[in-house]
Design a protein around this ligand. Structure first.
Ligand SMILES: Nc1ncnc2c1ncn2[C@@H]1O[C@H](COP(=O)(O)OP(=O)(O)OP(=O)(O)O)[C@@H](O)[C@H]1O
Length: 249
């Protein structure tokens, strides 16, 4: 589903401040895999995600999504396959608009044909049904402004909004970093459930080693722009949480 082939990315190329962020990375992620990426600050995790999302282009090498060469394709053109959730719960939603209007906006953004999606009763029922599965009681507050919800509630809704419109790839860039522990747990559980329900191919970046241990089918460690560990689902079962901590000592 996602294939990076011998990808390099250097920032500030040709200057004294040049930084090799991605150094010859090749990575194949099969449909339905849930890959968790860990690594110290500056190891290239976000750049890797940006290369898949299209907010950064490779200097060399190719990026493919669902069999399409997207190496030079703009991020908005990739949005038919790729949804992305960021650290900040505020970044994915419009605070002054109601929950339902945020869902309408999200649907309009990803749908190429017509805007009828936002106004019909079927759409409202579909959104309501999906929100109910979050188990937060928000399905009865569809007219409430998004800005009045907690960070965890907003992030859970952002996740749902991202995946509802038949995207295939979900990119999660530290989605719980700004949340308190309980909200973070709820959001991670929600993400895990949505990934299964919608059969998504997913990449999660996290500094939370407990989450890295608990979630995902494959675990990757990056260091200095390279993949230094790639642990399959089978191998992961043999790891302990302490093994993960020892990678960083
Ligand atoms: N737009 C940019 N311009 C210049 N340098 C950049 C840019 N984006 C990233 N870098 C540099 O590239 C390297 C990799 O950054 P990246 O954000 O991918 O790391 P990361 O593993 O996600 O780090 P963190 O865990 O701190 O978020 C870092 O040295 C960073 O400073």
């Amino acid at each position: 589903m996602i294939a990076l082939n011998s990808v390099y990315k250097t920032f500030n190329r040709g200057k004294a401040s040049a930084i090799i962020a991605i150094n010859n990375v090749s990575l194949n992620i099969a449909a339905g895999e849930f890959v968790v990426i860990v690594g110290s600050n500056g190891s290239g995790k976000s750049t890797l995600l940006n290369l898949v999302a299209g907010s950064v282009y490779a200097d060399e090498g190719t990026v493919q999504i669902d069999g399409n060469n997207v190496t030079r394709m703009a991020d908005h053109q990739r949005s038919k396959w790729v949804a992305r959730v960021f650290q900040n719960p505020l970044s994915g939603t419009a605070p002054d608009l109601s929950i339902i209007d945020n869902f309408r906006l999200a649907a309009i953004r990803t749908k190429r044909k017509g805007l009828s999606v936002g106004v019909n009763a079927g759409f409202m029922d579909k959104v309501k049904g999906h929100i109910a599965t979050l188990g937060m009681g928000l399905e009865n507050k569809l007219e409430q402004p998004m800005g009045t919800l907690s960070g965890g509630q907003r992030q859970a809704l952002t996740l749902l909004m991202s995946v509802m419109d038949s995207c295939k790839v979900l990119l999660l860039d530290e989605p719980t970093a700004a949340l308190d522990p309980r909200s973070a747990e709820t959001v991670m559980r929600t993400a895990d459930q949505l990934i299964r329900d919608f059969n998504l191919t997913s990449i999660l970046i996290t500094h939370n080693l407990k989450d890295a241990y608990q979630y995902g089918t494959r675990l990757i460690q990056m260091n200095e722009g390279a993949i230094v560990r790639d642990v399959s689902a089978e191998e992961k079962k043999t790891l302990t949480q302490n093994d993960l901590f020892s990678w960083f000592s």
